[in-house]
Design a protein around this ligand. Structure first.
Ligand code: SF4
Length: 978
């Protein structure tokens, strides 16, 4: 319970407003989850009275969820920090002993420290952020500072979903694209419970179902969206890739594939060299047209024309109407090399992936897999239709209609958070491609600025010579490598980054690997850090694996008694578990107290029909001394005189964050926001800075939407008008077509290096086999790394988490309304499994993995397949954190599965003589859902309390602690008589 409940309510909403009361409505953008709906905040006399959805907002059209309307209670959360804090001299990290300091003192401390690091060894400063929405700014700060040690949370969230899809089709789900449910007839959702694109997806599913669409959910657990699916297909965690491979097998065997689409818009017909050597597995090319194709220049390729019996350039000759391009077969080129269309290799790959093979892995009956493949193929091909929308492709051919393929998929973290997730998601993207559902009506559709090049034209910083004092990086810390030469390695091949992202351990770690920072920094691997700044990430509890060990690491000291991570800065709005470990605490604002941008340089809220960006504007003043982290960064950057934040005269360039947003241009005319650019706000997308841009957003519901012409809304990988427009808008660097990558020569380049067949960079010997195995140019299924290392007889059950609809990760256990929905969590277990283990419904149980154990309460559930146990994510809290009262349900009954999950695995599967991150070997995505567990009942004499428990921390100075201005509602009863 909260201290809030001991206080008298201060408002009575059914009482008549005082005559002099001032009521007003201010529009801004919700941030109770990452969906970013438009909201209206209703105030009376400056107090927030309630929040509802903005009917004019393109994302949610007035719809609001439980979280969104409960934002009012986040504002008055007892856990709110209100002043900067410095750890008391001599206090251990984790004890939560602080003294308040002024902002000026905090800035002086930080500036002095960071200035020293920047002038000597900038990589010793690391900035890692949680689920923030300003990665363009944080990236810029790190790059300007000169450290490669930056990432946001993507590496432990869903980078596999982003990278697996982007390296295959140029876009992905959620912000990047999604299912066109308005025109789909069949919707297959896999690995999704509650989604990032929350309200819009709910709205779309409701319309889709009302229109008679068929909705199949494939998930180990029937929660969230699955509960309203027409059919739930339970599947074992981490096996989705096997299902996709079997579906591909069936579709190809039964010829339920879109031949015309594959030939024109994908690399399916392009010829792969089969002979051993440096070109093995790469695409054959025409030396007269330049060097061999690669991820940066993908167009010099060949196809086989069956009509003439000869080889042709892939385009435009190869796609000319008079050609009949081969998808199958083997051919010999004039230079004697043997080649095959990449589709032939795909067909050979899936040949052994029969439904029976997949049944043994997934638990889904072979007959059901066959039926699903038939449903997919027949809906895509035989229920197809055309929209009367003409468009012109990249080769100048006019198409008078747009071909619909009414099968839509949606997938998310259930696929991504496995160490086989990248190849699983590649398999899904290939499955979608053979059905022709890419940017097609009724299928998957991109959202601007997507699709990107394949490989995206964002190179990662990888030049050790440029890692020098007082010097910005010459590339961003994060990017998309296209070859081993683009990895972030030192000259001796060691990782350049503290998290080992973009090293041979995890070459395509496009979002960094935040989950390894503390472990590596404590070990000094590859070097020690000086200052680690963490924003909005609860690394001492639910945002880390191996929680108890990581808490120890945060407090670890070397032989001289010095902290192994010498200085730890935590910026958060609430007293999370992480705050207790900080040396310096910076109190952030809530989303209702600050300016924010969700723009095209970062993660906009675009729709299928065109780009959309949005902002937040403050609707109330910051509490106490809270300061937006954006302001902190702009202030620090200005004090440190980082070049982008400093005039040529050496003075400060930007007054504050709003000023920075308006005036920063990353190219002439292109800045953070698209709307109301130009001196008078008359331009959009590109234009000079407009000093009144914030006002214009505020007047227009905090959102700007640009509708693309109808002929630019589909087939955007190849739609010349869109490709031209996206280049002009600065979303792409080129306007060439983006062929879908069924067969990835980018992955093959890494494999060739591992096999020692290329002259360039090669992995160290101990990683050769790993790269050779997982950098397969064709998708394949393999058991997740941890599963393969675990004795299934000892630990027979998969353990996963799901995010509930009423809470966004750990954000809401301090929210008085939402914690009434989830104040603690259970482990949900199939009754067959639980009773077999001797555990009663509601009984206390131990859950044990190879790495740790938790004690928790079990709840029987038929809505989970028998080999899986699951719980809600991040409901359990450490005692005293988040200002929950001693003995609160969250800490005494709640628990987190993180204690069971390791952040490192033995490299060779055996002893821990060498370790490697428990992550996808391609992308570094954290393998959250790979842990295997066993259950045993707690004994009758054990305390009925979750375990492990940690010592309670005290309230930090200045924490709100109670809610002065809490709004209590009495509707429906007359409390005045009580
Ligand atoms: S879905 Fe997310 S952004 Fe939208 S109202 Fe709910 S919490 Fe807010």
């Amino acid at each position: 319970m909260f201290k809030i409940f001991s206080r008298s309510p201060v408002h009575d909403p059914i009482a008549k407003p005082k005559p002099q009361s001032k009521t007003e409505i201010r529009c801004t953008t919700c941030y109770m989850c990452a969906c970013r709906c438009g909201i209206r905040v209703h105030l009376r006399d400056g107090d927030i009275r309630f929040i509802d959805g903005n009917p004019n907002h393109p994302i949610n059209r007035g719809v609001i969820c439980a979280k969104g309307s409960a934002g009012i209670m986040k504002q008055v959360s007892p856990a709110r920090l209100t002043e900067p804090l410095l750890r008391k001299a001599g206090a251990a990290r984790g004890e939560g002993q602080f003294e308040p300091i002024s902002w000026e003192r905090a800035f002086e401390l930080l500036t002095e420290r960071l200035r020293g690091i920047r002038a000597t060894d900038p990589k010793k400063f690391a900035l890692f952020t949680g689920r923030d929405q300003m990665q363009a700014l944080t990236t810029l700060f790190a790059r300007q500072f000169g450290t490669p040690n930056y990432a946001a949370h993507g590496g432990f969230c869903s980078v596999n979903m982003a990278a697996g899809m982007i390296y295959t089709i140029g876009g992905s789900f959620w912000e990047f694209g999604g299912p066109d449910l308005e025109r789909a007839k069949l919707f297959v959702m896999i690995g999704t419970a509650e989604d990032h694109h929350s309200n819009p997806l709910k709205i779309a599913i409701s319309k889709f179902k009302r229109a008679g669409g068929r909705f199949i959910s494939i998930n180990p657990v029937r929660t969230g969206y699955s509960a309203i699916a027409d059919e739930w297909i339970p599947i074992r965690p981490g096996t989705d890739g096997a299902l996709f491979m079997a579906l591909l097998h069936e579709l190809i065997e039964n010829d339920l594939i879109d031949h015309a689409f594959l030939k024109r818009y994908t690399n399916a017909p392009q010829l792969v060299v089969l002979d051993e050597g440096e070109m093995e597995g790469l695409f054959a090319f025409d030396p007269n047209k330049g060097p061999a194709s690669d991820g940066r220049n993908p167009h010099n390729k060949l196809v086989w024309d069956l009509k003439s019996g000869s080889v042709k350039p892939a385009y435009p000759e190869g796609i000319a109407a008079e050609c009949d391009i081969a998808l199958r077969g083997r051919y010999r080129l004039a230079d004697g090399s043997t080649v095959a269309p990449s589709f032939q290799l795909l067909a050979e790959r899936v040949l052994a992936c029969t439904p029976e093979w997949a049944e043994a892995i997934t638990g889904v009956a072979a007959a059901r897999i066959r039926m699903l493949a038939r449903e997919l193929g027949e809906t895509a091909l035989h229920q197809a239709f055309e929209l009367p929308i003409g468009w012109t492709d990249a080769w100048g051919v006019r198409h008078e209609t747009t071909q619909a393929r009414p099968v839509a998929f949606h997938a998310m973290r259930g696929l991504a958070a496995h160490s086989n997730g990248f190849q699983t998601i590649r398999a899904l993207a290939v499955l979608m491609s053979v059905l022709g559902t890419i940017d097609a009506p009724g299928g998957f559709r991109h959202k601007p600025p997507y699709p990107r090049h394949i490989v995206p034209n964002y190179r990662v910083f990888n030049d050790p010579a440029m890692l020098k004092p007082n010097t910005p990086l010459n590339a961003a810390p994060l990017g998309f490598p296209a070859s081993p030469e683009e990895l972030a390695l030192n000259d001796d091949g060691s990782p350049m980054r503290i998290d080992h992202a973009f090293s041979w351990e995890h070459p395509l770690a496009a979002h960094g690997m935040m989950h390894n920072v503390i472990t590596n920094a404590t070990r000094g691997d590859p070097y020690p850090l000086d200052t680690l700044m963490i924003f909005m990430a609860n690394m001492a509890w639910n945002s880390t694996m191996n929680t108890m060990a990581v808490r120890d690491m945060l407090n670890a000291r070397d032989g001289n008694g010095q902290f192994k991570i010498p200085f730890l800065v935590v910026c958060d709005a609430f007293q999370s578990e992480m705050v207790a470990f900080a040396d310096l605490v910076l109190p952030d604002t809530t989303y209702l107290e600050r300016h924010d941008v969700m723009g095209m340089l970062d993660r906009p809220i675009s729709e299928f029909e065109g780009p959309v960006d949005s902002v937040r504007v403050p609707v109330v003043a910051p509490l106490g001394q809270c300061k937006p982290f954006q302001e902190v960064l702009v202030e620090l950057a200005s004090r440190l005189k980082l070049p982008a934040f400093t005039t040529e005269a050496g003075t400060r360039k930007f007054k504050d964050y709003p000023d920075f947003i308006v005036n920063f241009e990353h190219q002439p005319g292109l800045g953070f926001l698209m709307g109301w650019r130009g001196a008078n706000g008359e331009k959009s997308i590109r234009g000079e800075p407009n000093p009144n841009q914030w006002e214009m957003y505020a007047k227009n519901d905090c959102v700007f939407q640009h509708h693309l012409p109808l002929d630019q809304q589909y087939m955007r990988n190849w739609n010349q008008a869109y490709l031209d427009a996206s280049k002009a808008a600065g979303w792409r660097q080129r306007n060439d077509p983006i062929q879908l990558v069924l067969y990835s020569d980018t992955l093959q380049r890494f494999r060739l290096a591992a096999q020692g067949k290329t002259k360039g960079r090669q992995p160290p010997d101990h990683l050769r086999k790993r790269i050779e195995t997982y950098f397969d140019p064709l998708p394949f299924w393999y058991a997740p790394l941890e599963v393969a290392q675990t004795d299934a007889r000892e630990y027979p059950l998969a353990a996963i988490t799901q995010r509930p609809m009423a809470m966004y990760h750990s954000w809401d256990s301090q929210n008085a309304w939402l914690r009434q929905i989830h104040s603690h969590n259970y482990l949900f277990v199939n009754p067959l499994t639980a009773s077999h283990a001797g555990i009663a419904d509601g009984g206390w149980s131990w859950v044990e993995s190879r790495w740790g154990k938790v004690r928790c309460m079990v709840r029987y559930s038929e809505a989970v397949e028998p080999g899986t146990v699951w719980t809600w994510n991040a409901i359990g809290k450490a005692d005293g954190a988040w200002q929950l009262a001693p003995g609160a349900d969250e800490s005494r009954k709640g628990f987190v599965l993180n204690h069971l999950i390791t952040e490192e695995l033995p490299l060779d599967g055996g002893a821990f003589s060498a370790t490697i991150s428990n992550s996808d070997p391609v992308t570094g995505q954290a393998g959250w859902y790979d842990v295997r567990v066993r259950l045993r009942p707690a004994s009758a004499d054990e305390a009925e309390v979750s375990a492990p428990q940690v010592a309670a921390v005290p309230a930090v100075p200045g924490v709100l602690g109670h809610a002065h201005d809490a709004v209590a509602y009495f509707a429906g009863r007359d409390d005045h008589d009580d």
